[in-house]
Design a protein around this ligand. Structure first.
Ligand code: AR6
Length: 230
């Protein structure tokens, strides 16, 4: 559909469903939970002001490194608008690499409403702040809002803060609306490098450090996802 920006198939109906359930009409209405999928936003490139050209390079390189380590699971980079520059940069760069388009693609939508948008993701990543606090705008506010107080409570039990480049996995209780409506079982909080002087731990344009930390952030995110999938 025109609602999707696609490198590969992005609907819940996978080739696997199609073949396995051939002739069974109702298989089309069954949500595809058989393919573990991580939806992640572009870490650090909005409020944290990280250069999108450099970020796109790092996303594609870390995806390339991890995509073969997660079995049949999928990685999906999500952003809100069709005009997203980071999505188009990543698509362009990914196209030059040997990455299976069924296992990595981009998708336009609100990361808290992907199932209604046609893509079921059992795990979503959050571009968090170091205190792991709700609110503050961006994707962090959207995810904490959609998940309800259950996410804040579950997050506090796991960690009180996060260092740049690190990620932490939080299991969502089934009472969280994000679980019951969207089928999201885990949120992985990721803290990326910050280039915004108005936010804590600003790297003041030090892109040597910034790129290193962003790379660590994605590696840590994908490793956390791999542990859930295993
Ligand atoms: N669905 C999908 N993508 C989104 C959504 C959404 N609902 N909302 C934003 N994006 P940002 P950062 C995209 O600013 O730069 C927060 O206040 C957005 O277009 O959320 O890492 C935290 O508390 C962009 O591509 O994260 C931190 O303090 C990407 O998500 C700080 O911002 C990341 O944008 C983190 O800043």
């Amino acid at each position: 559909s025109s609602d999707k920006t696609i490198l590969g198939p992005s609907s819940g109906a996978t080739k696997e469903n199609l073949t396995v359930n051939k002739g069974q009409e109702q298989s089309w209405t069954r949500p595809s939970v058989s393919v573990p999928t991580l939806a992640f936003p572009s870490i650090s490139t909005a409020d944290f002001q990280f250069n999108i050209e450099k970020a796109s390079e790092i996303i594609v390189e870390t995806v390339e490194e991890f995509v073969d380590k997660i079995g049949n699971a999928r990685l999906v980079l999500v952003d809100l608008s069709h005009g997203s520059k980071i999505l188009s940069l990543v698509r362009t760069k990914a196209a030059t690499k040997n990455i299976d388009p069924q296992k990595f693609f981009t998708f336009v939508g609100d990361i808290t409403k992907l199932r209604s948008g046609g893509l079921h993701c059992n795990v979503i990543a959050n571009a968090a702040n170091w205190r792991l606090k709700p609110g503050g705008g961006g994707v962090n506010a959207a995810i904490f809002d959609a998940a309800g107080p259950e996410l804040d409570t579950a997050t506090k039990k796991r960690a009180g803060s996060l260092s740049p480049g690190k990620a932490v996995t939080v299991s969502l209780p089934s009472t969280s609306p994000l679980f019951s409506k969207e089928g999201v079982t885990h949120v992985i909080h990721v803290l990326g490098p910050n280039m915004n002087p108005k936010r804590p731990n600003c790297l003041k344009d030090d892109y040597n450090m910034g790129c290193k930390v962003l790379r660590e952030a994605y590696s840590s995110l994908f490793e956390n996802f791999a542990s859930i999938v295993r």
